[in-house]
Design a protein around this ligand. Sequence first.
Ligand SMILES: [Zn+2]
Length: 252
Amino acid sequence: MILARITTAIREQNWFAVVLELVIVITGVVIGFQIAAIGERNARKAYEQDLLHRLHAEILNLEFGRNYQESWLTERRDVLVAIRPQIFGVESGDTLTSQSCFALIDSHQLIFPPDSLPALDELVSTGRMENIVNDAIRSSASEFLQKRDLARSLSRTALENVINLPEAFPGYLHFELVEAAPSADGDAWNRRAICDLGAMQRDRQFQTMLAQNIEHFRGILRFNYSFIDESITAIHAALDGELGIDHEEDAQ
Ligand SMILES: [Zn+2]
């Protein structure tokens, strides 16, 4: 219809009408492009906001799980480090507490922290990382991903090399069952950890294997926890800033 009107105006040499029709056509096209661009921008912004909220919720869960496991692991590491001189015979002592003996029996129980952030993995796998406008979030997130790869390869090595001491030295440390008041699930027995400190003090091989397990504990706490926690804290702070979240205010 517009084309017909322009053709008629040209035929009648009505140049004012020709210019007017062309202006109408061009303006229409420009407005159409702008509406499409605004729509696309809004959709991108909505996706980004949804993703950042999901990522924030995942980080809260991750921090909770990591903190819980880290405190357990730290406690075990501290017990093992404290009794090491006694096992090596460089400090006196002829008995081990029940807590120390439990820690020795479990010294192969390495607990690796949760480290998955599905919202972040989704961003990377779909190639939409550039959708995140906030520089601090982008840089801390890519630092986290790099560190996580390193920590995961270290944890694989630790798992391959950690030694199950009660399996390797059944004569030195084992559990026995003692009667106890029934627990909620009906179990009327408790485990008691039994350790032969003298045998451990005379055995260099045992001491070396224990020292290696202790180093695995320390390595996990240093790399899989503290090292990665720095990046998680940085992502969290950047997210709080972007989303306007104040946890201290929420807690009051
Ligand atoms: Zn937060």
